[in-house]
Design a protein around this ligand. Structure first.
Ligand SMILES: Cc1cc2nc3c(=O)[nH]c(=O)nc-3n(C[C@H](O)[C@H](O)[C@H](O)COP(=O)(O)OP(=O)(O)OC[C@H]3O[C@@H](n4cnc5c(N)ncnc54)[C@H](O)[C@@H]3O)c2cc1C
Length: 630
């Protein structure tokens, strides 16, 4: 620890610093109760076991992935056969797996005995809730799946589930303090860091505004290029028909297009490199130009490209954001599946409802949820595809086998062939086309957010920094949950980091990023948090050593789901606009005897509506007459 570290507050007692490295430390967060920075237990729920209150390394937390990795590497498990039999076993307690259980009971058998298994210490998968307690008050953050994007465009089956949960996604305006930030005079900003741009400089304004660029540490040439890009009036492909232009867009990355046709230099390209990263988990170097156009990013408005440009969620008709993101959807599903686990029945009371985790896996439940349980084998008995399925899982280092009449696999495609010997060659190849983009969502509890108001900022794009985006959480009060509207109250900040390796193809970057994530210690994340927040917010009065109360890093090594075309290597970023005839995700999701496949890999679409739609499809395929119904 040097003086710089002390200045940042690295010597302050933050719980979970003991996780030097997520891989090598055997003790799992699930074994420990939530702690404040002083080490006092947080009393957050009626049961002592209450994972949302855990802080430190979350997401793919230590203890959640080791068994799966060992299985993929060939480890076999000697299992104890139990006498547990279920009508349905669901692998994965994310929104897709929980929806599958819910839909099975609704559409197939209201009395079905169901077991849901998940390797994490909490349910919800990516839809993860993070809680922080300070001064007797609980603040909520989202550790993954952030919001419902354009929920009015959801497919009917997803809309139906959401509505049956009592959630009216059209009511965001009832809960969103949409004038709060404006009333405090805070807006967007851009932080230029000295390592990348030569000087630390915070500009206030939209990232695509001249205001931000005018005094930025950029050359006059780069400023002129960016201003031209923001004005977006030039035709960079003159003399071409719209169809010819589209061919060009399909052949270049956004960065490649801007460099070759729009004449942008290195500084301007660095500025936009991470622009689309929050939504797509990839930088401009591997983000297709046609998708950039489709997303309404600059560079294309000055030329005729025909119809087809779509806008992001906010422009397409709004979002719905719970304080814990879509964890409120997961919690609502669990509340339906396990009566008595939490009080209430509305979209408002679910936000603060206490969940009694000791009720998740009781023998008397019709639906049981067993956490910290990694499924390592799925095998039809006697190799017959119409027979029951032996489901083997590992919990607390012990392998056990239960039997199931039907199974829904709502985990990752890529793992299924390692777990299920009944998958045929062709389907193995299709399952192998699925890739996952890694992401890190970090939540930081701070004593107050006055510094943001002093600077006129609530959210900053940071093109050169470790976290490309920092923000005060969206101001939403719902039910008994009250957003800290005064900047003098404690609040939760949200910081995003996407580990990538620019220059490689997108799938290669995801792989490299995943490896880097597992090798990054909590301490490294913490140092970046303290350093970056200190440099951005310090001029507003923020002191990282004094003002940071807790840090939770949600590490998602297997984040957004995409398929890849085996021949071209193209990523199916947007399945509806996929230009190849192949649909590897459709080939991959075919039912295997009594095992059906749900999850977002099955749609090549990392979206909540896809998770629910695939749950619906998989359940209905399980009970279809024809065993080969896709
Ligand atoms: C950081 C982040 C932010 C996101 N933000 C949004 C957003 O704002 N809006 C949106 O619509 N979507 C968002 N998504 C996409 C998100 O993936 C989906 O919306 C949805 O939550 C996925 O649900 P799922 O059930 O298919 O998968 P998951 O949530 O991944 O759940 C699958 C579960 O199965 C478990 N599992 C896998 N293998 C096994 C095994 N062998 N044994 C036991 N359990 C296993 C996994 O660990 C996991 O818990 C985001 C994703 C990430 C990573």
């Amino acid at each position: 620890m040097d003086s710089r570290d002390r200045h940042l507050g690295m010597n302050r007692a933050i719980s979970r610093r003991d996780f030097l490295n997520g891989v090598s430390v055997a003790i799992g967060a699930s074994l420990l109760p939530g702690c404040t920075k002083t080490g006092e237990p947080i009393v957050a729920g009626p049961s002592a076991y209450y994972p949302p209150a855990e802080i430190g390394m979350r997401g793919a937390h230590p203890g959640s992935f080791e068994v799966a990795h060992a299985t993929v590497q060939g480890q076999h498990w000697a299992a104890e056969k139990t006498d547990e039999h279920y009508d349905l076993v669901v692998v994965g307690a994310g929104i897709s797996g929980l929806s599958a259980a819910y839909i099975y009971r609704r559409d197939v058998d209201p009395n079905a005995r169901i077991l849901i298994l998940d390797n994490h210490d909490d349910f919800g998968g990516h839809a993860k809730r993070n809680e922080f307690t300070i001064g007797g008050r609980t603040l909520i953050g989202f550790g993954g799946t952030m919001l419902m994007e354009a929920p009015h465009t959801y497919p009917a089956v997803a809309k139906q589930v959401i509505s049956e949960l009592g959630i009216d996604a059209g009511r965001y305006d009832d809960y969103h303090h949409k004038d709060l930030f404006a009333s405090l005079g805070v807006g967007y900003g851009v932080f230029f860091d000295k390592e990348t741009f030569g000087a630390d400089y915070l500009a206030i304004g939209d990232s695509d505004s001249d205001k931000v660029i005018n005094d930025a540490p950029l050359s006059e040439e780069a400023k002129a290029e960016l201003k031209r890009l923001f004005a977006d009036e030039d035709d960079y492909l003159p003399g071409m028909t719209p169809a010819e232009r589209l061919i060009v867009l399909e052949s270049y990355s956004w960065r490649g297009f801007l460099e070759k046709f729009a004449g942008m230099g290195e500084e301007a390209l660095t500025y936009v490199q991470k622009w689309a990263q929050g939504n797509w988990a990839i930088g401009a170097d591997a983000f297709p130009a046609w998708l950039a156009w489709n997303e309404g990013l600059p560079g294309f408005a000055g030329m005729d490209l025909g119809d087809g440009e779509a806008k992001g969620g906010e422009e397409r008709g709004g979002v719905f954001h719970f304080p814990d993101g879509n964890a409120s959807i997961a919690r609502s599903l669990v509340r339906k599946l396990i009566p008595g686990i939490a009080p209430g029945n509305s979209m408002e009371d679910v936000v603060t409802a206490n969940f009694d985790y000791s009720r998740l896996d009781r023998a008397e439940n019709v639906t049981r949820i067993r956490l910290s349980s990694t499924v390592v084998e799925l095998r039809h008995q006697d190799g017959k595809l119409d027979a029951d399925v032996d489901v083997t899982y590992v919990k607390d280092s012990q392998a056990r086998t239960v039997t199931a009449s039907k199974v829904v696999w709502a985990g990752y495609h890529a793992m299924l062939p390692y777990v299920c010997p009944d998958v045929q060659e062709e389907q193995i190849a299709a399952l192998g086309t699925s890739v996952r983009a890694p992401l890190v969502y970090t939540n930081v509890l701070v004593r107050n957010w006055r510094c943001f108001v002093n600077l006129g900022l609530w959210r900053a794009y940071c093109p050169g920094s470790y976290f490309h985006n920092i923000r005060v959480n969206r101001p939403v009060s719902i039910g008994d949950y009250h957003y800290p509207q005064s900047p003098d109250e404690p609040t939760v900040l949200h910081l995003q980091h996407i580990p990538l390796a620019p220059g490689l193809t997108a799938p290669e970057q995801f792989k490299a990023g995943r490896r880097a994530l597992l090798e990054t210690s909590f301490e490294t994340f913490e140092r970046h948090v303290r350093d970056q927040l200190g440099r951005i917010l310090g001029p507003g009065g923020f002191d990282p050593a004094r003002d940071i109360e807790a840090i939770t890093v949600n590490r998602w090594s297997h984040g957004y789901a995409f398929s890849v075309d085996a021949k071209s290597g193209d990523v199916a970023w947007y399945p509806e606009k996929w230009r190849h005839e192949s649909r590897p995700w459709v080939d991959a999701r075919k039912r295997i005897g009594n095992i059906a496949i749900a999850g977002t890999d099955a749609a090549s679409s990392a979206m909540t509506e896809a998770a629910i739609e695939e749950a619906h499809r998989s359940v209905h395929s399980l009970v279809a007459e024809d065993a080969h119904v896709p």
